[in-house]
Design a protein around this ligand. Structure first.
Ligand SMILES: Cc1ncc(COP(=O)(O)O)c(C=O)c1O
Length: 372
């Protein structure tokens, strides 16, 4: 009987940080200051420096980071924003909830990121921005995207929720466009112990606006200049994030090593993530694709290997999107959603865990090959 391999066990992933978390928690508790304090300020400086960006603004979640990013760019109300058709729902929600119209662009079936060659045909006189998503931990092909944005004078918002520290040609996600939005949901490569997010930018005007938006539109206490939100990062989460940020490169490198083990040992029966030297991938998710996805998921579970699907239903097929984007056909997104399977790959997994998953996966592949 195989031992159980979970998709993710946050208790294990956080194990090496627990002593520091406890110390930091005690310090915050004793300080008596819980929201927007010294830890938030220091985390913002440290995360900006990690990304090689001028400014960082800590907020309450990744969704808020996207929403505030949109607010800061002064886009024409009701304008169209291009967005990949296979992203997580949050990206699209931020567009709709802020009064913009999402226009879906199909992904590249090899990178799973927005296909730069499909962007231009979706641009209209109402398009104001492209909200790109560095999905699964791979940076988008930014040279092509920047060229198109420049040609049509479009703003670029980068959804970096799954790609902390990922790079394209040596440059870090979040620093290519006008603004980058991050989630620190606990399962992310840099994960808090609750909800948290951040925005990065090189533009001081955007920075100052974002500071106001997250705090009731206020720069000076009780003086409200714009219609803001309450999206403040708290001291406890910021202190935990500071602990883990010191190890983010190590976490990313660990995930890259495990991904390499999968890529080298998994049968070519599966479609594996593409490897290209121009990209530094951080593998928030390691996915494979097969038409036998559902059967494989069951087979793995029977062999005590847990997997996930990112994502089972494309955004335009969600009930909530009826009458909003369900009239935009996305066959490629559908194909990905029907065939993709995310394999266990976390900071807590060992080389042996991955080899064990490969063994079970390859047995399934052999079975299928002999049948056909
Ligand atoms: C691509 C993407 N965008 C945005 C978000 C939203 O982040 P949060 O859950 O922190 O609001 C997520 C989180 O899962 C995500 O994966």
């Amino acid at each position: 009987m195989n031992r159980e391999i979970l998709y993710e066990n946050l208790n294990n992933s956080n194990q090496e940080f627990i002593k520091d978390f406890k110390n930091e928690f005690e310090k915050v508790l004793n300080s008596g200051w819980f929201v927007l304090g010294e830890n938030v300020k220091k985390f913002e400086e440290e995360f900006a420096s990690f990304c090689n960006s001028k400014f960082c603004i800590g907020v309450a979640s990744g969704l808020d980071a996207l929403s505030i990013s949109l607010k800061c760019l002064d886009l024409v109300h009701g304008s169209e924003i291009l967005v990949p058709s296979n992203t997580y729902i949050a990206t699209i929600l931020s567009i709709i909830n802020n009064g913009f119209k999402p226009v879906l662009v199909e992904p590249d079936i090899q990178t799973y990121n927005i296909n730069p060659d499909k962007i231009e045909e979706k641009i209209s006189s109402n398009t104001s921005a492209i909200m790109i998503v560095h999905l699964y931990g791979k940076c988008c092909e930014m040279d092509k995207i920047l060229k198109i944005a420049g040609k049509f004078n479009l703003k670029i918002i980068e959804d970096c929720a799954q790609a902390h520290g990922a790079k394209f040609k040596g440059k870090t996600t979040g620093t290519f466009g006008d603004i980058g939005a991050f989630s620190f949901y606990p399962t992310k490569n840099l994960g808090a112990l609750g909800d948290a997010g951040a925005i990065i930018t090189d533009d001081i005007n955007v920075y100052e606006k974002a500071l106001m938006f997250r705090n009731y539109g206020s720069r000076i206490k009780y003086k409200n200049e714009i219609l803001g939100f309450n999206s403040r990062l708290d001291e406890i989460q910021a202190s935990f994030l500071r602990v883990k940020l010191k190890s983010l490169n190590k976490i990313n490198e660990h995930k890259r090593k495990l991904a390499r083990i999968y890529s080298e040992n998994l049968s070519n029966f599966y479609i594996k993530p593409i490897i290209d030297d121009r990209f530094y991938d951080v593998y928030h998710i390691y996915n494979v694709r097969t038409i036998y996805r559902d059967e494989l998921k069951q087979y793995l579970l029977k062999n005590r290997v847990h997997t996930e699907i990112h994502y089972p239903i494309p955004p335009n097929k969600q009930i909530a999107m009826k009458g909003i984007i369900d009239n935009q056909p996305t066959p490629l997104a559908q194909e990905i959603h029907d065939t993709t399977l995310s394999l266990p790959l976390s900071y807590a997994h060992s080389d042996d865990d991955i080899m064990e998953v490969c063994g079970v996966m390859n047995k399934f592949a052999d079975m299928k090959k002999t049948i056909h």
